[in-house]
Design a protein around this ligand. Structure first.
Ligand SMILES: NC(=O)c1ccc[n+]([C@@H]2O[C@H](COP(=O)([O-])OP(=O)(O)OC[C@H]3O[C@@H](n4cnc5c(N)ncnc54)[C@H](OP(=O)(O)O)[C@@H]3O)[C@@H](O)[C@H]2O)c1
Length: 244
C-alpha cells in the first residue's frame, strides 16, 4: 500500500493560487489527486507568469474569503471532498494592523475565514471521513511586534485547530495544522527582497535556509495521509528550527 497515493481523492486548497498553498496543491496533484484551488483573481490566466503561482493541472475558482456570505453562497465545482487545506492569509505592514480597521481586515481573511470555510465544507468532509489542514504560522508562538492582528489570527488558528480537532473527531474528520517558519512568498518579500534583512533572518534559522512551499507540502501530505492516522488537533511546526 502506498499511503501517499491520493489517486481518486478530491482536494481543495483555499489560498492555493500562490505561495505555500500553491506548493501544497501541486504536491497533491503530483500524488494523483483532483485538486481545486481558490484565490482572489478572476481567472487562472490572471496568475500567468506570476512568481510562486503554477496553476497547471489545478482547477481554479475565485473566492474572496474576507466576505463570509461569499463563502456561504459559493457553489463548489465538486460534489465530494476528501482533503481541505486552508492556506489563505494576509498581513498589513507600516503599522496598518494597529488601526482597528486594519486589525479587523487581517482577522477576517486570516482567522474568521477559517471558521467560515470549515463550516461550509464540514458536511462534505464528514461524508468522506476527510482530512482538514489549517496553515497557521510560527508567529502563533512568539510576538511579531509590527503585526498584532496577524499574530492574534495565527494564535487563534492554532486554538481553532485544537478545538475542531476534538469536536470533529466524532465525525471521522481529522483536523490538524501546519505552522510554517519563514518561506519566500509574496507575503514575505518585505524581508526576503531586502538582502540585509534576509541575511539576518537566515542567520536565525538552524538549517540556514528559508523554507519552501515544497517543505510545507511534505507536512501536508503526511497530515492528510494514513501515516498520521492517530494525530488529531496538532499543529506541526515546519520551520527549519527557527523557533527552537
Ligand atoms: N511565507 C511565510 O513565511 C509564512 C510563514 C508562516 C505562515 N504563512 C502562512 O501561509 C499561508 C500562505 O501564505 P504565503 O506565504 O504562501 O503567501 P501568498 O503567496 O500571498 O499566499 C496567500 C494566499 O491567500 C490568498 N488570499 C489572500 N487574501 C485572500 C482573500 N481575501 N480571499 C481569498 N484568498 C486570499 C492569496 O490569493 P492570491 O494569490 O490571489 O493573492 C494566496 O493564494 C498564509 O496563511 C500565511 O499566513 C506564511
Amino acid at each position: 500500500m502506498n499511503e501517499l497515493d491520493f489517486g481518486g481523492k478530491t482536494v481543495l486548497v483555499v489560498g492555493g493560487s500562490s505561495g505555500i498553498g500553491n506548493g501544497i496543491a501541486q504536491a497533491f496533484r503530483a500524488k494523483g489527486a483532483e485538486v481545486h484551488v481558490y484565490g482572489t483573481r478572476a481567472t487562472a490566466k490572471d496568475y500567468a507568469n506570476e512568481e510562486g503561482s503554477d496553476l497547471t493541472g489545478l482547477q481554479y475558482a475565485k473566492l474572496d474569503v474576507s466576505n463570509a456570505s461569499s463563502i456561504e453562497s459559493l457553489a463548489p465545482a465538486f460534489s465530494k471532498l476528501d482533503v481541505l487545506v486552508l492556506a489563505q492569509g494576509t498581513v498589513f505592514y507600516k503599522r496598518g494592523e494597529f488601526e482597528l480597521e486594519g486589525f479587523r481586515k487581517v482577522m477576517e481573511v486570516t482567522l474568521m475565514s477559517l471558521r467560515a470555510c470549515g463550516a461550509k465544507f464540514h458536511p462534505m468532509l464528514k461524508a468522506s471521513a476527510g482530512q482538514f489542514i489549517i496553515v497557521s504560522s510560527t508567529a502563533a508562538f512568539h510576538s511579531t511586534k509590527g503585526n498584532p492582528s496577524y499574530n492574534a489570527s495565527k494564535t487563534g488558528a492554532v486554538g481553532l485547530t485544537r478545538t475542531l480537532g476534538e469536536a470533529w473527531a466524532e465525525d471521522g474528520i481529522r483536523v490538524n495544522g501546519i505552522a510554517p517558519g519563514l518561506v519566500d512568498t509574496k507575503l514575505t518579500k518585505v524581508t526576503t527582497a531586502n538582502p540585509k534583512r534576509l541575511e539576518g533572518a537566515v542567520a536565525n534559522i538552524p538549517l540556514k535556509r528559508l523554507g519552501t512551499p515544497a517543505d510545507m507540502a511534505g507536512a501536508a501530505l503526511f497530515l492528510a495521509s494514513p501515516l498520521s492516522s492517530y494525530i488529531v488537533g496538532q499543529t506541526l511546526i515546519v520551520d527549519g528550527g527557527l523557533i527552537l
